[in-house]
Design a protein around this ligand. Structure first.
Ligand code: DI6
Ligand code: FE
Length: 402
């Protein structure tokens, strides 16, 4: 395996005791797709003999960014709904009137595989251009065995065809499809019944539920989680986005990887997440676009030592943005995260929210996913918005283009 020395860089390794895991005159040695050594540029241990050297010209290097919560595969768009909301309709009203998620389900079912793939690939590329190297993609706009499988296959295909890792999450319990009107429990039974097929086809890395008064109840969430657990699949939850359903504590009792949104999270939910080691995934794009005013309990999460991640939540209804860097900025402006917490939120903690232990820091043994930025200091990642300082993206040790 070829060893490459990437030198003359300033490293925010996000590992070790230093703020940012900082190494001022840094270098990094990769062997194939793995980081072999990270340290001072002048201190490469004798015995490690790189075949190739790349001078990074003093660039800032961070771990590859991880967007740990997206709904990237869908048909159509919902700009008209945005107009209606601007005229006073609420997200909940639109959802209850059969718009919202359901309208995207209709557009998704009507789209061909190639159309769905092409539109999702374009979105993935936009995220990648800003340094994303790992992306989670949820199903949840198919809402039948056939269409959920189709969307998850497209997510897998993106991972095969792009220089990008894709983790796919089954969110079949996202909304009630029209053919199950008034029969939510029957729909949940159907979801639990098709989950083993999706799993057998290798399409599922985790299982998610939208637990909300406009979606599924805690009791229904439990049934989906029981089905996931029976298959050995990890769970995560859209919890406490619009109301406090006690979803976070429920998810934590299943050892959930993450609970996401959390604007209405209670103290009890915070404690349960801390005990279970569940990651809090904050989604400032949805908070912004739905013009929410209630903040997730950041101070309580910090105090309890709950790891905080940030993600785009890209979806056509509540967060149509495609910039993870903007989420760093919003995580700081809206949620008062520090810029260092924000970067942890899209590296180490995002990896953990996906159950991945081989990425998120620059350290020996980790996957060689990293980004070179045209920036002086890592705090600038959360500072600029509408500017893309990403210069090079290295995925599994290979310089990638988008
Ligand atoms: N919460 C959200 O914010 C998105 N899904 C979810 O469970 C919204 C999805 C949509 O409106 O299409
Ligand atoms: Fe979401």
């Amino acid at each position: 395996m070829i060893m490459t020395l990437w030198r003359n860089a300033r490293l925010a390794t996000m590992a070790g005791p230093e703020p940012w895991g900082w190494i001022e005159h840094g270098a990094l040695l990769t062997e194939g797709d793995t980081i072999r050594w990270v340290g001072d540029d002048a201190a490469l241990p004798a015995g490690l003999q790189p075949e190739r050297e790349v001078d990074l010209g003093g660039a800032l290097l961070t771990p590859g960014l991880i967007d740990c919560h997206t709904h990237l595969v869908y048909g159509g768009q919902r700009a008209r709904e945005f107009e209606l909301r601007l005229q006073g309709a609420s997200y909940e009203q639109i959802a209850r009137a059969g718009g919202g998620i359901r309208s995207t389900v209709a557009a998704t079912r009507a789209a061909s595989d190639d159309e769905l793939f092409a539109s999702a690939r374009e979105r993935a590329r936009t995220l990648m251009r800003e340094g994303v190297t790992t992306l989670e993609i949820k199903s949840g706009y198919g809402l039948s065995a056939e269409h959920e499988a189709r969307c998850l296959r497209i997510a897998r295909r993106l991972g095969r065809e792009l220089p990008l890792s894709v983790r796919s999450t089954c969110l079949s319990a996202h909304a009630l499809p029209p053919e199950f009107d008034g029969r939510a429990d029957d729909y949940i039974a159907a979801v639990c019944a098709w989950l083993p097929q999706l799993q057998a086809e290798g399409l599922v890395d985790a299982v998610d539920v939208f637990c909300e008064n406009i979606a599924f109840s805690p009791a229904q969430t439990r049934r989906v989680f029981d089905a996931a657990k029976a298959l050995g699949l990890p769970v995560k939850l859209h919890a406490e986005q619009l109301s406090d359903q006690g979803g976070a504590a429920l998810a934590a009792s299943y050892g959930a990887l993450s609970c996401d949104h959390l604007e209405w999270l209670s103290d009890e939910g915070v404690r349960a997440m801390a005990t279970a080691g569940t990651v809090a995934v904050l989604l400032p794009g949805a908070f912004y676009f739905l013009r929410e005013t209630r903040l997730p309990p950041i101070a309580a999460l910090r105090e309890a030592g709950v790891p905080i991640a940030l993600a785009s939540d890209h979806n056509p209804g509540s967060s149509p943005g495609l910039s993870l860097l903007l989420m760093l900025n919003m995580g700081c402006t809206f949620f008062r995260l520090t810029p260092e917490e924000a970067l942890r939120g899209v590296t180490v903690h995002a990896a953990r929210a996906l159950g991945l232990h081989d990425r998120g820091t620059l350290a020996a043994g980790q996957r060689a996913d990293f980004v070179a930025w045209d920036l002086q200091h890592p705090n600038e990642l959360a500072y600029w918005f509408g500017r893309n300082p990403c210069r090079r993206r290295i995925v599994a040790g290979v310089e990638a283009t988008t």
